[in-house]
Ligand binder design. Structure first.
Ligand SMILES: [Zn+2]
Length: 564
């Protein structure tokens, strides 16, 4: 905590609550003063009067918590927002509601030649895999292809398979799998790289739709107190339209309000030759001259898939339905040797690497690649990070701190729920059962933490994520904490991950993520103060206002911002 004596008159002053500075315990009886969009000073409330002028807006916190705006360390806003505008299944709570939503969308949009969208949940379907016949019953006249909530699987109808020429004779690609009926016919679900077999035939979302989606996402995220993020997928070649152009459009319109660091997509159908184009894209973003708003200095590398469809890369093999060991260790999308070569080259070119690493073998491959880069290039200040971290080998938890690798957590996944308990844990190797999302182990080994949602895969609400990191039991659930008590984080630790930790990953820790003089006045106001409620009630706290550059960009309709 820094307290600076200044005599300046504030534009905005916050008083009457507690301040979370970006780490540590919150402090009461202080006022935060804003001048010209920046934090001017933090002063004892008793001294506030000398900083108030006739123009000062005084925000009465009424016991709420004032904290730095949340930053999401791994999110897909353009895709998430676009899905909300297409056939959106994310509200469906069972298979029947999903089918009803598809039928409703089809009836309301007779001119959409190929219906796209997503948000269906694997745990609503036998084996996590819905059938083409389910959609055929309501839409058979045109193709339908819908991404799963986690975007690692796709559900399509028979018309889509016909349009794409995918049938019983189509081979599985090396990085994916087609679910099949007994006779080999595609059953309706495609996993990972197999999604492209159908999706490459679907019309791409127009730039106008993508811009509208990104803009919608920005509004939704700001309403959850989020003032910055790392976009985990910018660039061409991933099978979805490039969000980069949508950001540029928003910037040109003066409508990009949040602070974004974009991770350029590493194409697995190319090698080192793609780095030149990435350097160019980074320079193009720098040329905008808005480093506090947009930057493309990161590269996103998918090391493996996900556990639910057995594509997470594991050291020990998966088990079958009867609990017997199989020969399947999941998929490494890039060999360990190639990964080390790519990461060494990216590190030398000054790129931060953002790894998707879910299984323990993927985590190890990524850490090995960082170690190789370190040996070749020496230490860097690039703040490479590994996202998802579902299973981490005990010896590897200690390597994060040694290698300056940040653990990028998606806390909302760390609890017993249907998808984990029915579709994942029974098939995981015996050795991985107690090592799901080992946040406590990572902290105890000194790992730096960042936190994010992977929205639209799961809710972007950072307070819901914080609740889960602290409890490891879903709100109002009564089960055991996933992985036991030792994997729980305290509230200050997870809020630090969502603020100063992600600011560090985004290379914006000298201007954002903390409440300190000179920092941008980006805040979330949270009520009730989550530090004042029992741990199992944290999920009831919500963001009542969001501020960027000292301006209120969101206020809950039912909570007027009181000021005098
Ligand atoms: Zn993601």
């Amino acid at each position: 905590m820094r307290i600076t004596k200044v005599q300046a008159i504030a534009d905005v002053a916050f008083r009457g609550g507690s301040i979370f500075f970006g780490s540590g315990a919150p402090v009461a009886d202080l006022a935060v003063l804003v001048k010209d969009g920046r934090i001017g000073a933090v002063v004892p409330e008793a001294e506030l009067a000398s900083h108030l002028g006739s123009q000062t807006k005084v925000v009465e916190l009424d016991g709420a918590l004032l904290m730095p705006g949340f930053q999401d360390s791994h999110i897909h806003p353009a895709g998430g927002g676009t899905e909300l505008l297409q056939c959106n299944l994310s509200e469906a709570e069972n298979a029947g509601e999903a089918i009803a939503a598809i039928a409703t969308y089809a009836a309301a949009n007779p001119d959409v030649a190929w219906i796209q969208g997503g948000g269906w949940s694997m745990d609503h379907y036998e084996g996590g895999a819905p059938l083409a016949a389910h959609i055929d019953a309501v839409v058979s006249d045109r193709p339908v292809s819908l991404a799963s909530r986690d975007h690692h699987s796709m559900w399509a109808n028979s018309a889509a398979f016909r349009a794409a020429g995918v049938d019983a004779n189509t081979q599985d690609p090396s990085d994916g799998r087609i679910e099949r009926l007994a006779d080999g016919t595609p059953a309706g679900t495609l996993h990972e790289g197999a999604m492209a077999l159908v999706q490459k035939n679907a019309p791409a979302a127009s730039l106008d739709l993508l811009v509208a989606g990104l803009s919608r996402a920005q509004d939704e995220l700001i309403a959850q107190g989020i003032t910055g993020w790392q976009d985990a997928l910018v660039g061409a070649g991933s099978g979805i339209p490039d969000p980069k152009d949508a950001y540029y459009r928003l910037i040109a319109q003066g409508n990009l309000k949040v602070r974004v660091r974009g991770a350029q997509w590493w194409r697995r159908d190319q090698g080192l030759e793609q780095i030149d184009a990435m350097i160019e894209a980074r320079a193009e973003a720098e040329a905008l001259g808005l480093p506090e708003r947009f930057n493309l200095g990161t590269v996103k590398i998918m090391v493996d898939g996900i556990a639910e469809n057995f594509t997470a890369s594991m050291i020990d093999s998966y088990r079958d339905k009867c609990g017997h060991s199989t020969h399947n260790n999941g998929l490494s999308f890039i060999s360990a040797e190639d990964l080390a070569i790519y990461v060494t080259a990216l590190d030398a070119a000054g790129f931060q690497c953002h790894f998707h690493a879910l299984g323990d073998r993927a985590v190890r491959d990524a850490l090995d690649a960082l170690e190789a880069a370190r040996k070749a290039n020496g230490p860097s200040s690039l703040r490479h990070h590994l996202a998802h971290l579902q299973v981490v080998s005990a010896v590897d938890a200690a390597r994060f701190a040694q290698l300056d690798a940040v653990a990028n957590l998606q806390p909302l996944w760390a609890c017993h729920e249907d998808q984990l308990d029915r579709l994942t844990l029974p098939f995981m190797p015996e050795s991985a059962q107690d090592r799901q999302y080992p946040f406590g182990d990572l902290v105890n080994h000194g790992a730096m933490l960042a936190a994010g949602s992977d929205w639209p895969v799961s809710s972007a609400d950072p307070l819901a994520g914080s609740h889960m990191a602290v409890n490891r039991v879903a709100p109002q659930g009564d089960g055991k904490p996933l992985g036991g008590e030792k994997q729980r984080l305290d509230l200050a630790t997870i809020l630090a991950a969502y603020t100063s930790g992600t600011a560090y990953v985004n290379h914006r820790d000298e201007t954002t993520g903390s409440i300190a003089p000179g920092y941008f006045a980006d805040f979330a106001v949270v009520s009730p103060n989550p530090f004042d409620v029992p741990a199992e009630e944290i999920f009831r706290s919500r963001v009542i206002s969001t501020w960027i550059d000292g301006t209120c960009v969101y206020a809950a309709a039912d909570v007027p911002i009181s000021s005098k």
